[in-house]
Write a protein that binds this ligand. Structure first.
Ligand code: UT7
Length: 335
């Protein structure tokens, strides 16, 4: 049986640390409110010199180095982001150019907080069928430049941070590894009935012109979120997706050695943990330091979880995400 497996990870966050205290100088908020509602202590923001493709390229270079590979050893690049460098072409080709790789396909995935899992689903399928041997999957976001960094955006600006995470996926076979090592399953879902509950309305090719001064003045180019609704759905869909992954592989919650939820809000992760009945040492969170980095949050957390020695050979790793769209999903990986 041929499977895909994560061969290595890498990450990059901007150097600039933005504390909750700093945000209080930009908008009507408090360190106490942000910590109590989201668990976030600080996040990283670019200083204007780094694009999502720069962060992604740095994360990818780290992952490639750790896999002992050069960029040209990769057969395909998948980039998940909701904050592309430009309206088009996708961030993938800019990232490809920065890595100095020529003539490999670059797929851009636009599934927001679930982007990494959507990308993983495609990478896994391509590797399983033998289309590619090695896929570089990158989640990268620059949120800060698109946020309302004033009172109008206080319900979103305090949550989101910039950063990138990358993984190199390669083929593993039963001859080389134990029976079920690698990506066991990826399940992804969407429900467009909730599309406007977390979105950026403009620019929009559904309007003519697709951007106007009024759009900018009214703040339509900034993210708008019905936070409570997103929260309520997240804590239902993520546990549901975890159970779906477990059932598909004949496992139970007790078999999970490590759960890495998308880092949207520490309260969401804690609620998911409680619903599943997992102890603290089997759930990994790092939102405290980075905020919500959407498509980058899972690969960044995975990288740090490994660096901290909390993921061991043979562990059953579960990933789950939920976000704008709504989109959600889960993956089960035998490490
Ligand atoms: O990645 C996936 C996408 N995003 C998410 O998963 C986010 C999901 N939602 C959430 O995490 C939470 O809903 C938030 C953290 C966004 C908000 O927490 P909440 O407990 O749902 O608060 P709320 O929106 O109900 O607002 C409570 C109060 C409001 O004031 P009133 O109406 O009670 O007087 C807000 O105006 O908090 C106020 N508020 C703030 N106060 C201080 C909103 N933002 C802030 C702020 N600082 N930054």
């Amino acid at each position: 049986m041929r499977r895909s497996h994560i061969l290595s990870t890498g990450f990059r966050v901007p150097d600039r640390v933005v504390t909750n205290e700093e945000l209080t100088t930009l908008m009507d908020t408090t360190d106490e409110w942000i910590q109590q509602r989201s668990g976030i202590l600080e996040r990283r923001w670019v200083d204007g010199s780094e694009a999502g493709s720069d962060l992604g390229a740095a994360a990818a270079e780290m992952a490639l180095e750790r896999a002992g590979l050069r960029a040209r050893d990769v057969d395909c690049l998948i980039v998940a982001t909701l904050s592309p460098d430009h309206f088009f072409p996708g961030t993938g080709v800019f990232l490809q150019r920065k890595l100095g790789i020529k003539d490999i396909p670059c797929l851009d995935v636009r599934n927001q907080c679930s982007g990494f899992l959507y990308g993983l689903s495609v990478a896994d399928a391509w590797i399983r069928v033998g289309q590619y041997e090695r896929v570089l999957l990158v989640g990268t976001e620059v949120h800060s430049t698109g946020l309302h960094r004033n009172d109008a955006g206080r319900d979103t600006a305090v949550l989101f941070g910039d950063g990138a995470g990358a993984v190199v996926l390669g083929a593993v076979t039963e001859e080389r590894h134990t029976r079920d090592r690698g990506v066991l399953s990826v399940h992804i879902h969407a429900d467009g009935a909730h599309a406007e509950k977390l979105w950026v309305e403009a620019p929009s090719s559904a309007s003519d012109p697709f951007i106007s001064h009024e759009d900018i003045d009214e703040g339509l180019t900034r993210p708008a979120m019905q936070g409570r609704d997103v929260f309520k759905h997240a804590i239902v869909r993520m546990p549901e997706a975890v159970h779906e992954a477990l059932a598909a592989n004949d496992y139970s919650v007790d078999d999970i050695d490590m759960l890495i939820p998308h880092q949207a809000n520490l309260r969401i992760s804690q609620a998911v943990q409680k619903i599943l009945g997992l102890p603290d040492d089997r759930v990994y969170n790092n939102i405290q330091r980075y905020g919500n980095t959407t498509a980058a949050s899972i690969p960044i957390a995975l990288h740090e979880c490994i660096e901290e020695g909390r993921l061991h050979d043979g562990d059953l790793l579960c990933l789950t995400a939920f976000g704008s769209g709504f989109t959600w999903g889960s993956a089960l990986i035998r490490w």
